[in-house]
Design a protein around this ligand. Structure first.
Ligand SMILES: [Zn+2]
Length: 235
C-alpha cells in the first residue's frame, strides 16, 4: 500500500488511495492486530469493497476474517449478493447456505447482480427443482389424494364421517393459486405470506360436511400437508 506510486508534488505523509476510509481503517486495524469493528460493515457491498481491497494488497488473513463476517446475520439479510460474493471467492459453505435462502424467495431476473453463468445456472436449476417437486407432490402425494379427485372427502377433521361431497372445485382453485404463488416464491412460508392467501384460506374454511358438519379443509391440516409436499433436498 505504502509503495504505490503517488502523483508528483504530494507530501510524503499523504497517500492517494482508491479505497474509502472505513475499508482502509478496518484493513489497517486487522494488519496491526487491533479490533477492526467489522460490525460497521452493514451491507454486502461494504464487505465486498473490503474484500477487494484485501485481495489487492495481498492480505490473506483479512480475507479469511471477512469470510467469517459473511457467516453472520448479514448473509441472511442479503442472501443473493452473499451468494454471488462467496461463489466468487470459492467459499462454498456460505454460498450454499445463501443459495438455500435465495431459491425460496422471489427472483427478479432483470435485476440480478453480475455473476458467472455457472453460479446463475445453479440458482435457476435449484429453484426450478423446488417448483417442479412441489407441483408434482401437490398433484400426486397421498396426503392430498382425497382432495384431488372429482369429489372432496370429509376425512381431515378428527372424527370426520368420511363421506364425499361435490365441492372439489374449491380445492382446485386453491391449488391453482398455490402453484402460481409457489412459482414466484418457492416456499410454503412465502405462500403463507402471500397477500391473496386470506381469501383462498377463507374459501377452504367455508366448506363444511353436509352430513356431520365438520370442516372439510381444517387449515392447519392443509398447511401441515403443504409442508410435507415441500420436503426437498437441494441439488
Ligand atoms: Zn362429514
Amino acid at each position: 500500500m505504502f509503495e504505490l506510486p503517488q502523483p508528483p508534488g504530494e507530501g510524503a505523509a499523504c497517500l492517494n488511495l482508491d479505497e474509502d476510509a472505513l475499508t482502509l481503517e478496518i484493513l489497517l486495524k486487522l494488519a496491526i492486530g487491533l479490533p477492526p469493528g467489522l460490525a460497521r460493515l452493514q451491507s454486502i457491498d461494504e464487505v465486498a469493497r473490503a474484500l477487494a481491497a484485501a485481495e489487492k494488497y495481498g492480505m490473506k488473513g483479512a480475507e479469511e476474517i471477512l469470510s467469517f463476517h459473511l457467516r453472520g446475520p448479514l448473509s441472511q439479510a442479503d442472501p443473493l449478493h452473499t451468494y454471488v460474493l462467496t461463489c466468487r471467492h470459492g467459499w462454498d459453505d456460505v454460498a450454499t447456505s445463501a443459495l438455500e435462502k435465495v431459491v425460496r424467495g422471489p427472483l427478479e431476473l432483470t435485476q440480478l447482480p453480475p455473476m458467472e453463468t455457472a453460479h446463475l445456472v445453479r440458482v435457476l436449476v435449484a429453484r426450478q427443482h423446488r417448483i417442479d417437486h412441489f407441483s408434482m407432490a401437490l398433484n400426486t402425494s397421498t396426503v392430498f389424494a382425497d382432495d384431488n379427485g372429482s369429489s372432496a372427502y370429509c376425512r381431515r377433521y378428527p372424527g370426520a364421517c368420511g363421506r364425499g361431497i361435490p365441492v372439489a372445485a374449491t380445492w382446485r382453485e386453491f391449488k391453482i393459486f398455490a402453484l402460481a404463488a409457489y412459482a414466484k416464491a418457492p416456499s410454503v412460508d412465502g405462500l403463507l405470506s402471500h397477500p391473496e392467501l386470506a381469501v383462498q384460506k377463507g374459501n377452504l374454511e367455508g366448506i363444511f360436511c353436509r352430513n356431520c358438519t365438520k370442516p372439510i379443509w381444517p387449515w392447519q391440516s392443509v398447511v401441515d400437508d403443504l409442508r410435507r409436499c415441500e420436503a426437498v433436498t437441494l441439488p
